[in-house]
Design a binder for this molecule. Sequence first.
Ligand code: 3PG
Length: 407
Amino acid sequence: MKDFHTMEDFNFKEKTVLLRADINCPLDKKTLQIINDSRVRSIVPTVRELMGKKAKVVILAHQSRKGKWDFIPMEQHASRLARHLNHPVKYVNDVMGDAAKDSIRSLGAGEVILLDNVRGLDCETAKLDMKAHSEAVLVNELAPLIDYYVCDAFGAAHRSQCSLVGFPVKVPSASGRLMAKELFALKAIFDEPRRPSTFVLGGAKFGDVSPMIDHVLGSKKADTVILTGLAGNAFLFARGVDIGAASMEILKDELTPENIDAAKEMLTKYGQRILLPTDVAVERDGSRTNVLIGDLPVPEAALDIGTDSIEKFKKVLSSSRTSFMSGPAGLYEKDGFGTGTKELMSAMIENKGQSVIGGGHTIGAADMFDMTDRFSYVSTAGGALETFLLGEELPAVEALRYSYKKF
Ligand code: 3PG
């Protein structure tokens, strides 16, 4: 039974609609240009539908967060969206000041604007609940100018931030097409996964990995967890392997005593159900070189899983009936270090079971290898998908439910 509004519940004609999207994209570190815009493409059906219904569309979104190298304005995102819509999208270099408000007020039916990076506002990232966020300055400034709020930001649905949870308290709100599709598809796949089920967890964020392992192995959503990327290195460290100063340097912010203890606990609790790399690949004399775990430490940083690990992990994935990957196995965008990610993805696709990937960088890698269309399901979300798989409430969805009861 439906417990939040969807887009067909409202008449958007000539109404101002605030659309919260997640178009946070991976960027090239040197040029700061978007290198994969699949998240921008993913909101096109919702924007097109709103335009077709003659709504005045105001898009609000974020790129990274303050203090990170990829925190940039949203101008590039506006041009990308315009290109995919084949329709102008005006970029407004402001979120809630006079420039933003004037642009919102002067919007015509069927027109689209994209406001600037909402994470530039301190109120956005304040750690508050839905009710407190509904009193945030952003909500107070923009809510009076809009008729409806549509949330299509499934990728950020795990964040209790005012642009995600504040507006549904104040204005009638609905899920966008992407949000509804993600929730439906993921529930269908993961409520009763086909067995054996294998989760491959990698990427650059290691802090959230232990609770995820505990939940998916404990609840039997997964039979086996394969760890790659920084999570793999961190767990090797937790198991007592000296991974070397260069790999330690990359991990240093994540290797808190709590995270290390949590990793140790998982290794003790689940033993062989957690598979760690048996070798890594480093860059030596300009080329990819395998180093067995027993031969660590080496001066170079581990940039991918090694050949032996790839073979072992592929065997497990080949016999899996559900496989899920969140986070690439290595620095896939660097020449020669995409092998681990690519090979594991091939094994997932070829096993004829349900194969699911999620997260900006994972999709970026799949796109680079031209594999995206071959997975059973591709989720735009990384962290939100993990929260969903942990069985936890997603604050943005909770806010939509609240709005459903209220309006
Ligand atoms: C993501 O990329 O996972 C979402 O856009 C959320 O970003 P965050 O992890 O910076 O909150």
